[in-house]
Design a protein around this ligand. Sequence first.
Ligand code: XMP
Length: 531
Amino acid sequence: MAAHMNIQTHDRLLIIDFGSQVTQLIARRLRELNVYCEIHPYQNVTMDFVHKMAPKAVIFSGGPDSVVREGSPRPPQEIFDYGVPILGICYGQQVMMQQLGGKVEGGKISGGGGTAEFGRAYVKPRGEKLAVLDGWFQNDDDHEQVWMSHGDHVSKLAPGFEVYGTSPNAPYAITADVSRNFYAVQFHPEVHHTPNGAKLYENFVRAAGFSGDWTMGAYREEAIRKIREQVGDKQVICGLSGGVDSSVAAVLIHEAIGDQLTCVFVDHGLLRMNEADEVVSMFRDNYNIPLIHADESELFLGELDGVSDPETKRKIIGRLFIDVFQKHANAIEGAEFLAQGTLYPDVIESVSFSGGPSVTIKSHHNVGGLPEKMGLKLVEPLRELFKDEVRALGRELGLPDSFIGRHPFPGPGLAIRCPGEITRQKLEILRKADAVYIDQIRKHGLYNEIWQAFVAILPVRTVGVMGDGRTYDFACALRAVTSVDGMTADYYPYSHEFLGETATRIINEVEGINRVTYDITSKPPGTIEWE
Ligand code: XMP
């Protein structure tokens, strides 16, 4: 079921996805403007669909194909008669020109003399001032940095279009048919490297008459109404992990249906120091949410005994998690729904026609397949949100900032921060070292600058000297990365003072560690976790 069918009260914008790597960023820019939008792959966008969704404006994304290739992606021709403003980006521009009577030529990507363009470019104004460019060119000598990434180019404008901006390699960098509110640009205004790009989106949605009614307060009320409608008087189960997504989903659903919600918290014995107690006290005591604390650490650690292969660890944990969850959920009388903290990026990824990565780097831990196995229907109240919007909703629901701002923590927990065999002793040492490290980060005011930070305990012992004695203890590695989405990451540039102080504290305060290293690998080529 398409999410848009449920949304009745917001102004809506439709993004037709032609497969660009950065389509999600268009949605980000729009959401930042309090505009509700949805991305749909072009194959799904029929006029029937458009009439049902009733968008107030449409954006065509970029894409990897060439419009001169027969059979390449198109939106329905009638969308140009639908009567709403349209903005075409890159491939989207070329599609517009081609379908409206202009011409596009294939670029010569190699061989010189072509007009293919990749990377930074500068656009200068041409002709009259265009309202959607307000805040761009102040005078004719001005230029704006933009990000280009195209092989083909428009060689003839469609009737009714004028040029409003050019770059050395893109004579039709900015074009528009103002009378119909059609705008088409050759560059990508949604990316970081088009510094003034957000302004273009802002002006576009303003011209399209959006009121900016997509606020978290409104979202919360609507989500609550929808949950009540969907669930009626039935029981709902929610798997709590202690992470932000499942927590926000749980609190929201609890607000909607109260005691019809029971949370199941599977404690696999691979959590951080005090984590289980914190989750239980927050949800059971603070929010009064019925909560089953399934302490299954014996089971998990037992099955992991002697296992050192990373994928085997992940598979064992994933399988046990499902078994255990099922066992506890079955005990809940009359449950018909399973709540999940699925986010919008997961939804888009699963419908993406360009496909996901073809190689499994790591098998991610999730509860996919559970609903079918248990015959449960899904409640996914965060399906329309991005991660930072989930955080905003959490704040709206009164979850403490310290909780909402927490770094991500992987489903398999400390198992993947303990390369080699997992033992209780190593887990104990790891928990203590991690707690000291995080305390250091907080004390130095760095926690919110870092995407994720943790300690990994290494499967080697090294020799040291403390006091007058020899030590032979574990080495550990500190990890801290900056990232926007976890897909790529860079190591955090701590000062040497910070690193030195932290190493000293860990060695002094944590028995079992006598050597501390700092991991300065970026992703790629590394991954964030060690396994
Ligand atoms: P990697 O190590 O692949 O991690 O660079 C990227 C992000 O994903 C988290 N991660 C996981 N999260 N289940 C999760 O819920 C998993 O199996 C899992 N493995 C890695 C990791 O902590 C980082 O934020």
